[in-house]
Design a protein around this ligand. Structure first.
Ligand code: ZN
Length: 222
């Protein structure tokens, strides 16, 4: 594999990032007071956002959030390993956000066309990509549930993505700090699904088991 370079031998991907940085520097100068404010006080994010790594799903863009508003954990397929799992990255973020930053809402946001969900359906050859193979095991419950429900082929992927988000909400509840906060009404947990083609977010309603438009769900209307 070769990397595309310009006539002076500069890597084009890095060049793009450097040019983007130069534009950001101008923005920084324009909004210097805002950035100085961020730097001079403790962060106080509004949401713990657990989302997918997918480069097309940008949390701050789809929520119009400013720097300082989202405390983000992004991993392949927006997984929340249960509290007893080997992986601590999500658990550490949960404990820090809730225990130290005063965050009281957690969003698990999946998205249409998630390659991380698809990955489990495309077996990795033995001995290769061991980390990826272990990681996508966190999506297996959703695949099994949808497989057992005999969902038609054309709807299987979308159903698996939705089921996976619901399972991650269950997994959030395996963390004491979340379970206790939810039980006391101090912490809210929210399952969202971003549709890349429509630019729309649906929210899971645990009371009815339905998914509906985010604005309707947030307003509590039927
Ligand atoms: Zn994804």
């Amino acid at each position: 594999m070769t990397t595309a370079k310009d006539s002076r031998g500069v890597d084009l991907d890095i060049k793009d990032a450097v040019e983007g940085y130069e534009r950001f520097r101008l923005e920084f100068e324009r909004d210097r007071a805002f950035f100085k404010g961020l730097a001079n006080r403790k962060q106080k994010p509004k949401l713990l956002w657990i989302g997918c790594c997918d480069s097309r799903v940008v949390p701050s863009q789809i929520t119009s959030a400013d720097p300082g508003e989202l405390f983000e954990v992004r991993n392949i397929a927006n997984c929340v390993p249960p509290s007893w799992a080997e992986d601590d990255t999500v658990g550490a973020a949960i404990e820090y956000a809730l225990g130290h930053l005063g965050v009281d809402d957690i969003v698990v946001c999946g998205h249409s066309g998630c390659g991380g969900i698809q990955a489990l359906a495309e077996p990795i050859p033995p001995g290769q990509e061991a980390h990826l193979g272990r990681w996508v095991e966190y999506t297996r419950r959703a695949h099994q549930l949808v497989g057992a429900a005999r969902v038609p082929e054309a709807e299987r992927m979308a159903a698996t993505i939705r089921a996976h988000i619901q399972f991650q909400l269950d997994n959030l509840m395996t963390y004491d700090i979340v379970a206790q906060g939810v039980a006391e009404g101090r912490i809210g947990i929210h399952g969202w699904l971003y549709d890349m083609e429509l630019g729309e977010i649906l929210a899971y309603d645990p009371k009815t088991g339905a998914w509906r438009g985010l604005q309707d769900a947030a307003a509590g209307t039927a």
